[in-house]
Ligand binder design. Structure first.
Ligand SMILES: NC(=O)c1ccc[n+]([C@@H]2O[C@H](COP(=O)([O-])OP(=O)(O)OC[C@H]3O[C@@H](n4cnc5c(N)ncnc54)[C@H](O)[C@@H]3O)[C@@H](O)[C@H]2O)c1
Ligand SMILES: O=P(O)(O)OC[C@H](O)CO
Length: 333
């Protein structure tokens, strides 16, 4: 068992802190707002993000990053992807030199097109054997309710992945280990964008054939970019790929799918933003992933159309009609 720090007390940071505590680890949870940390410590509940769920007593919250990470063997990062860089710059002096740094985030940075593991390596100087990713079909509220689910722990060092796997294996959470960090991160990021597209179709009133078509072709274009940036193609068939895509695109709990659904129903991006307190990563990552694909000469029509929709350059109806009327071609990845 290990001393762990979870940096970010939103939905997934808190739910994953529960997983770590259930697995027998000591968990310090860093929260941005002192008053939320006080509530968590006093009531053992994150009333803002997971109301009604009793947190294990082994979780203690703090607003002080130095206190959160002091002596931590495992530092878990769970803030919105576009906010990671700024936070990590201010936290990096407190990250213990030998700690393994685990990303729970599913996004690609705007401007740099970097995956979160690349941002972590750049800012902390940690080598690949100290950087890991957890990704899979893991909607926070279901995990916090201890509903059975599987996930993937990826680290280039298989031994480190296996150690982390043991540290987060509980009676309801079953992690698999793997070494494909690139594939895992790309799959987790792209599924949010495909989830937005599926949500748009749901909002327009379309049914399961439409959803399945977007999911399948979404996975194909994700795998295409994966092949270009060095991912293992098998990853896209697994929990971080197909698994997460199915969970996100099927569930009303998904913030990305819900965001798209509201757009499909006729709300503007600004209106949906105004109603959304939690992060829908695909809204930003559609831009960075679309640019990354272009840099690698890879076509990602669904991602590109979602980026155009978010930019206000096309309507939900146009998104669907333009995708369906693209030139006919063989079904290849
Ligand atoms: N919620 C899920 O079901 C789930 C599951 C798997 C992965 N993820 C991923 O985990 C990451 C975190 O998502 P979440 O669901 O916890 O998001 P959230 O919106 O529920 O919470 C985000 C947390 O980050 C904090 N935050 C926001 N802006 C910040 C800033 N500028 N500086 C520091 N902290 C800031 C918020 O206060 C909050 O504690 C995302 O990349 C998401 O895609 C989420
Ligand atoms: O709520 P979403 O759309 O951010 O999805 C949450 C998780 O990533 C599902 O695995």
């Amino acid at each position: 068992m290990a001393q762990t720090a979870v940096m970010g007390a939103g939905s997934w940071g808190t739910a994953f802190a529960m997983v770590l505590a259930d697995a027998g680890n000591d968990v310090r949870l860093w929260g941005r707002r002192p008053e939320l940390c006080e509530t968590i410590n006093a009531k053992h509940e994150n009333s803002d993000y997971l109301p009604g769920i009793a947190l294990p007593k082994e979780i203690t919250a703090t607003h002080d990053p130095a206190e959160a990470m002091a002596g931590a063997e495992i530092v878990v990062l769970a803030v919105p992807s576009q906010q990671l860089r700024d936070n990590l710059v201010s936290w990096s002096e407190h990250v213990p030199a030998d700690a393994v740094i685990v990303s729970l985030m599913k996004g690609v940075e705007l401007g740099t097109h970097k995956r979160m593991s690349e941002v972590i390596a750049e800012i902390t100087g940690a080598g690949p054997e100290r950087i890991a990713v957890v990704s899979g079909p893991n909607l926070a509220r279901e995990i916090a309710n201890r509903e059975p689910a599987a996930s993937v722990v990826a680290c280039e060092d298989q031994g480190v992945a296996e150690r982390l796997q043991k540290l987060c294996h509980t009676a309801s959470f079953r992690p698999y280990s793997m070494t494909d960090v690139v594939g895992c991160e790309l799959a987790g990021t792209a599924k949010n964008i495909i989830g937005l597209a599926v949500g748009v179709c749901v909002g327009l009133g379309y049914g399961d054939n439409t959803k399945a078509s977007v999911i399948t072709r979404g996975l194909a274009e994700t795998a295409r970019l994966g092949a270009a940036i060095g991912a293992d193609p098998v990853t896209f068939m697994g929990l971080a790929g197909m698994g997460d895509l199915v969970a996100t695109c099927s569930s009303p709990l998904s913030r990305n799918r819900t965001f798209g659904e509201k757009l499909g129903q006729g709300m503007s991006v600004e209106e949906v933003m105004g109603q959304t307190s939690q992060v829908a990563e695909g809204v930003k990552s559609c831009v960075s992933v679309s640019e990354l694909a272009k840099l690698h000469g890879v076509e990602m029509p669904i991602v590109e159309h979602v980026a155009a929709l978010i930019a206000g350059e096309m309507s939900p109806d146009e998104l669907v009609s333009r995708l369906i009327s693209r030139q006919a071609k063989p079904e290849t990845v």
